[in-house]
Design a protein around this ligand. Structure first.
Ligand SMILES: NC(=O)c1ccc[n+]([C@@H]2O[C@H](COP(=O)([O-])OP(=O)(O)OC[C@H]3O[C@@H](n4cnc5c(N)ncnc54)[C@H](O)[C@@H]3O)[C@@H](O)[C@H]2O)c1
Length: 334
């Protein structure tokens, strides 16, 4: 099959490309390098440094493509409150552009990555796919709006759609010099520089992290299995819930680091308890985790250590400065 992966220089996109290539598929991909790293892209990928919002280019690149796997996004939930235009353009608008280009080329299936931000705050946890979505920030709203417009276009024009909802996936190739995203990578980069991790709020926010290799197999199956067409499926575990404080403690233990975290005021709209059910993924995709949190974190530490700790780069514009803007960003504290 010929598979087009958007965001192929990103974390999930590049791992997916490896998985598809390993199965003998032809992989072509694009990334505008607003995030990700150029050297994440596997050498065998036919790579274009292009923006999904460049519709004419996308239309040209998608010729004879069987499957589009859309991972490209500025997946910055916290930042989206302060840079909504940037995030909407690269979450909602780029999805419309890709869907339109795919339909124009008679692509068979479109797999898109949504986010657990689609659920917002719910009375009941873990979140299940059939819940009424109540996204509460521009990122979550853009993701959910993208799902809706994709569903609409796919129904009208007869393209298969699958919606993956990855959550809290960690591993090598995550951008670790990015001050706006990827809490575990940020903490490792700071600790390697001998600096204390910064924690928003009281650190009691609970998350359920999973190691990328545990999720890639499921994500890959979404491109091929018949029983997933039209479905929304959470991708990630529901077994080992940890607080952000615990994450910092575990990293400190693994890195033999004397921990005294710096606590900063919480970020607006941050969901306290965000966990997703993996029942549907178990049922439809045979989802099973193999890596413990410590094993996953150890692999990330090795990866970042090998590449070397790096200063944080404030590479994205902040559109709205106010007293609510986290000081970590407005005063470049990372
Ligand atoms: N990693 C997770 O745990 C997680 C959780 C929830 C949702 N997701 C979703 O999965 C997808 C992949 O996430 P990731 O963690 O690999 O993120 P990532 O930032 O590592 O990768 C996204 C890539 O998309 C590229 N990109 C952004 N806008 C683009 C555009 N307009 N045109 C071309 N390229 C563009 C970036 O440069 C980046 O390389 C995203 O849609 C994200 O919202 C991931």
């Amino acid at each position: 099959m010929k598979i087009f992966i958007t965001g192929v220089a990103g974390f999930l996109g590049s791992h997916l490309a490896d998985a598809m290539l390993a199965e003998g598929h032809e992989v072509i991909g694009c990334d505008n390098l607003i995030g990700g790293y150029r050297d994440n892209v596997p050498a065998e990928v036919d790579f274009y440094e292009s923006d999904c919002n460049d519709f004419e280019k996308m239309k040209e690149l998608l010729k004879n493509v069987d499957i589009v796997y859309h991972t490209a996004c500025t997946a910055y939930e916290g930042l989206s409150v302060f840079s909504p235009k940037l995030v909407a353009e690269n979450t909602y608008l780029n999805s419309v552009s890709m869907a339109s280009a795919a339909i124009a080329n008679n692509v068979k299936r479109f797999v898109t990555c949504s986010s657990m931000a689609r659920y917002g705050t719910q009375e009941i946890v873990p979140f299940t796919e059939n819940m009424i979505c109540k996204p509460q920030d521009p990122y979550g709203i853009s993701k959910f709006s993208a799902e809706n417009v994709l569903r609409n276009l796919c129904e009208i024009h007869g393209m298969e759609l699958v919606i993956a909802v990855p959550h809290n996936i960690i591993g090598p190739r995550q951008k670790y010099d990015d001050p706006f995203r990827n809490v575990a990578s940020i903490m490792i980069n700071l600790m390697l520089q001998g600096r204390q991790p910064i924690i928003y709020g009281d650190g009691m926010q609970k998350r359920c992290f999973s190691f990328v290799q545990d999720d890639i197999d499921c994500l890959k199956k979404l491109a091929f299995q018949d029983n997933v067409v039209g479905e929304v499926i959470n991708i990630g575990p529901d077994e080992e819930f940890v607080t952000i404080n615990h994450l910092a403690e575990t990293l400190a233990k693994l890195m033999d680091f004397e921990l005294h975290p710096i606590y900063m005021p919480g970020r607006p709209q941050e969901v306290k308890l965000a966990t997703c059910s993996a029942d549907k993924a178990r049922r439809l995709l045979g989802y099973q985790t193999k890596y413990t949190l410590e094993q996953g974190l150890s692999k990330m530490i090795d990866y970042i250590r090998e590449r070397g700790a790096k200063p944080f780069i404030y590479h994205l514009p902040i559109e709205i400065y106010s007293e609510k803007t986290p000081k970590t960003w407005s005063e470049h504290l990372f």
